[in-house]
Ligand binder design. Structure first.
Ligand SMILES: [Cu+2]
Length: 151
């Protein structure tokens, strides 16, 4: 019983350290974004300082598999036509819905995740401006999109 309590306590400490939210430490700016089985990100605006090294973690907090309800985070360059990108992405199943012919438009992206999974991508924030991020799983970008503001 005692060890169960202790393990629970340790688990909590780890969870608190791991959760983070938005914040910065030693040069890297941490962002934690979640996605769920309702085809939604928990944030539609992400703000980061210009020039920051961004460490962005996407957590799929749902239960569905990557085949049914896969989610990723794809940050697109300014001026990217979302409809054109998403259409190309929809047929890029071999490359986790990152289309090879649109790769130049991708600033950073995570893996495609199923429920319970997470992935972190580290990248340097692009020039100040407002960029779009989406989930490139077929059909998801209509609800899973937001502004990535570098300021
Ligand atoms: Cu998705």
């Amino acid at each position: 019983m005692r060890s169960i309590t202790w393990n629970l306590f340790l688990g909590l400490v780890v969870a608190v350290i791991a959760s983070g939210g938005c914040g910065s430490d030693s040069g890297s700016f941490k962002v934690v974004l979640t996605a769920d089985d309702q085809m939604k990100f928990d944030q539609t605006t992400i703000e980061v300082p210009a020039g920051a090294q961004v460490s962005l973690t996407l957590k799929h907090v749902g239960k569905m598999s990557a085949k049914q309800m896969g989610h990723n985070f794809v940050l697109l360059d300014e001026g990217t036509d979302l409809n054109v990108f998403a259409l190309a992405a929809a047929s890029a199943i071999q490359t986790e819905y990152i289309p090879a012919n649109q790769k130049k438009k991708v600033i950073a992206h995570t893996r495609m995740l199923g429920g319970g999974e997470s992935d972190t991508v580290v990248f340097t924030a692009p020039a100040p401006g407002t960029y779009k991020f989406i989930c490139s799983f077929p059909g998801h970008y209509t609800t899973m999109r937001g502004d990535f503001v570098v300021g």
